[in-house]
Ligand binder design. Sequence first.
Ligand code: GDP
Ligand code: MG
Length: 685
Amino acid sequence: QTVPGSTPDAELRFSRFDPKDSRLQIINDSKLFSPIVTEYMKKHWGLADKGFDYNVVAVFGSQSTGKSTLLNRLFGTNFDVMNESTGRQQTTKGIWVSKAEDTNTLVLDVEGTDGGERFEDQDFERKSALFSLAISEVVIVNMYENNVGLYNGANLGLLKTVLDVNLQLFQQAGSPKTCLYFVIRDFTSQTPLSKLSETLMSYLEKIWAGLSKPDTKKDYSIHDFFTFAFVGLPHKIFARDAFESAVTQLRHKFTDRNNSEYVFVPALHKRVPADGFSTFAKGIWDRIVASKDLDLPTQTQLLAEHRCEEISKEVFEGYFVGGVKSLKAVESGKVLDEFGETANDKVKESLVLFDKDGSRYNSSVYERKRIEFFNKMATYLLPLFNQQLANLSKKTLESFTTSLAAGLAADEASGVFNFASHMETALRSSEAAFRSAAIASTLEGALDWTPDVQFNQFLIEIHRVSGDKRREAVERMVGSVQKVVVGAMKDTVIAKLNAGGPLMWGGVIDAYKDNVVFGIVQVQKRGAGFEASHEEIEQWKGNLQWQTWTGLLDTLKDETKDEAMCARLKNIFESKFRYDENGVPRLWNLEDPIDLYFAAACEEAERALNTYARIDKSITLLGDEILEDQCFARNSQHETKKRFDPACINIISSGRLQNIRDRFKKDADMLFMEAKRSMVVTTAK
Ligand code: GDP
Ligand code: MG
């Protein structure tokens, strides 16, 4: 059977995978680290989420000294035991791990360490000892009693190895110590345990003294790195009952937290969180196999980096991205009221999840990774935040425009203009709306998130829109005043022209002046609500004056067309020729001086024609003052058309005058002939 998911390559083959069996060959006989330790931690052992609430114990000792038997008894594990009748070991070499039956304890059974002569065996013994010391809180050193007295051979070689490799761990004073738990097998009590432990301690001190230590560790005692415990187990076969009860007692020390001699005291814990155990163990093993320095503090640091990175990735992809998915709705142009709340909640919740596993690791690494994680989330949200503000700016601008337009509509209905105050109100409320919504959308702690750029853009837009609205409103206001003024002026002017007479031009010019004055008052009054500058009001006035003036000229032109003038002259002629001083129609007698009447009526018409033809300054009181005003009005309009020119006071050109005279002459002649004829008829009666 091979490990599921592993390659079929012979080197990668791990022995006897059985989902019902909690054992795992963590390192195989090719010195390869199992690829499925994480999976076992999660699924088979259920330890991955235990944080620091788990322990690790390993066993060391010569082959066939009952190690696996002991572990199975202590922890309810299922490690292979040598067949008693055949004496054959079935287990493949390597390191096996299993979870204790009732407790969160990982138990390491190191196979094939017999301290043999072969270099290969010694090499593996060293490597597995180093590995066990680096990850275990307690190392059980298993030996027969009759070997204790022998200061040579397998036992000492093993002890020397254990103490020696420990120096490679770069542990500092204050690092967690390792407990060396000596289990004396086939213990007879002939020599008391205290004597045996003394002997062992003296060996250990001797070995420690003899080790070549690095300068930095010269002054350290063996007790700076280890604690020691000793127990004797009677012969399993010859003292079966005593063996069983001693094993039971020992089991309590390894499994019962309340036992006064509970082995797994917190000071021994290697402070590797359970979810990082497999990464840590693999990192250690890889360095051991590569014969590189095994510096535990550095390994712990690296583990923290690696795990915090993994955790942040897991939380980011597995929780955060899905949690803030609804915020993507801003991309369709919506303003999300819950933007800030969702963003802040999801970031906080993600940090809680990150903290749950991450906070157990090296604190400086954890703090740094936490900031990185926060920044990663903030960076992810930033474009959505910017989009939210862009949408907000658009929405607020719309409500600004609506509010302003409503105010203007009310003004136009009432004729009282308060543009400046509407503008102020709309601006203030939309500015406040933008600010509060922008602040509510911000992520707490994201110091580089600011609504300032969008807010300034928003203000620029607001001023552009309000500028446009104001210009339109002013145009409408000035335009409506102009319409009233020009209309009233035109009506009066037409009436004056129709009335004719010597005071005609005076009346016309008065109509112009009066209406301009009225218009200026109106513009000034209504303009006050726009908080217009002096220059602006002057410009409106100039504009009004110019429009009224050109309106006057247009009216004069219309009213003095050839057709209209001929009709006017005919009227004047007729009223003089055909009616007497009292307005009574004449009945012609032969003796009547019809030629004289005719000449007088013609003269009257000619005089009138001359009056209509030009505005005489002296007669009409069209003073220099008005002429100057017109020049100003025209200039302020930047009007370059030659509408105003002294020549304009000539209303009818001399060419047209002759034409009108000719046409009038025909009409007059006809009326004269008619009169002559009627005179003949009257006489003939
Ligand atoms: P390991 O190679 O150290 O793991 O040893 P095993 O647990 O496989 O046991 C090797 C042999 O020693 C087996 O035949 C066991 O029955 C036997 N054995 C186990 N415990 C004891 C003990 O306490 N005393 C003695 N004398 N033999 C034991
Ligand atoms: Mg064994």
